[in-house]
Design a protein around this ligand. Sequence first.
Ligand code: 4NP
Length: 157
Amino acid sequence: MIRVLFVCLGNICRSPTAEGVFRDLVAREGLSDKIETDSCGTSGWHRGDPPDRRACQEAKRRGIMIDDLKSRETRDSDFKDFDFIIAMDTNNFDTLTAMSPAKHSDKIHMFLSFAPNVGETEVPDPYYGGDGGFANVFDMIDAASNGLLAHIRDTHL
Ligand code: 4NP
């Protein structure tokens, strides 16, 4: 089993959207028995909360259900348990790198490194922005999910 963990700050906007989009892609490709997904936040501010209503609405509009997900904070065992630890922005990446045992730090990647065509390095935090931010974030996540799955196929399957 290949385990993929998506990480943002609150685990209520970007990373649950990424988990939902990637989980749907994996299922459509018939790979659910080979690839497992999860998400978490570098903060515990929203522990136990479902995704932000605006993230749920944007996902639903694109045919993806994420209402079942619940926020949790990153834990030490994540660095051992997961094969890919995917940061949404540089702040998340730096927090993860500081937390990770050195032997696992090569598991940590910036999500948009799998979507060079997007032309950005970070998935921006949409929490304080308008609803348009969620559509933009969804498009980035969709592109990077496809790139990440292609990378996993090339290197692990
Ligand atoms: P996320 O967005 O990291 O994409 O889940 C945020 C959610 C909540 C907060 C910040 C970002 N917050 O400050 O509570």
